[in-house]
Design a protein. Structure first.
Length: 239
């Protein structure tokens, strides 16, 4: 039996998708215009628009009004259904998370950090700064504060490619039971823009998280700044 061909828009979509996934088209490359695709593939403008719409829904391209379509940077989505670290969540999707330790030092806690960790004002804490990658692309700049005794235990541990939750539980024998999280949109600050290879003021996702043990004692205060074009959360809720 002869093979049943896909609709023309699907054939064009798959051809463009193959160019993107194979690396023939790179991140931020501009795709041929609709007019050019019509003539190159002998299809209608409606067919081209259907193909591009599918690629946009898949997150492979970004279409800008009056400017055309561009290859998107890879996008990562973390489901928020249970308390887990980014590495744990993405391993189920076949993605690897790597962490570069930028610094770890003792500092005086700000009033907000001291309050979140239930410490006296200006108490000393450990500050861990890491840059997280998904694949080869920088995803987030993370600042974690730990109470001094816990920080003393963590300072010599290898955190590369590991979630803080995993280290706390497997290496230190602590039980992480709960987290308070605040998630909001911010303009990319200059300190994070440098590490995340983007421009100051670009859209960013700011995640503030406090980890608590089984007795409700705070273990960590973390602020993560994500590139909004590369990361998002997906929530599942029931009524």
């Amino acid at each position: 039996m002869s093979e049943v061909l896909q609709p023309l828009y699907a054939q064009l979509r798959d051809a463009l998708r193959a160019d993107i996934l194979s690396g023939r088209l790179h991140v931020h490359d501009k795709l041929p215009s609709e007019h050019e695709l019509v003539h190159a593939h002998g299809v209608s403008r409606i067919t081209v628009r259907q193909a591009l719409a599918d690629l946009q829904r898949e997150g492979l391209i970004t279409r800008l009004q009056g400017k055309g379509a561009y290859v998107s940077a890879p996008h990562t989505t973390q489901p928020l259904q249970r308390l887990e670290g980014l590495g744990e969540a993405l391993s189920a999707q076949g993605q690897a998370v790597h962490s570069q330790r930028l610094s770890m030092k003792r500092v005086k806690a700000s009033s907000d950090v001291a309050k979140a960790l239930e410490l006296a004002p200006a108490s000393e804490v450990y500050l861990l700064r890491t840059l997280r990658y998904v694949g080869r692309l920088p995803m987030s700049l993370n600042e974690s504060h730990f109470p001094l005794p816990l920080g003393e235990r963590m300072v010599r541990l290898d955190m590369s490619g590991r979630d803080v939750i995993e280290v706390l539980e497997r290496e230190l024998g602590l039980r992480v039971a709960q987290a308070h999280m605040d998630i909001g949109a911010v303009a990319m600050p200059s300190a994070a823009a440098k590490w995340l290879q983007t421009a100051v003021g670009e859209p960013a996702l700011r995640v503030h998280r406090v980890l608590l043990d089984a007795e409700g004692r705070p273990l960590q205060v973390e602020t993560a700044t994500h590139r909004a074009d590369r990361f998002s959360y997906r929530l599942t809720v029931s009524r």
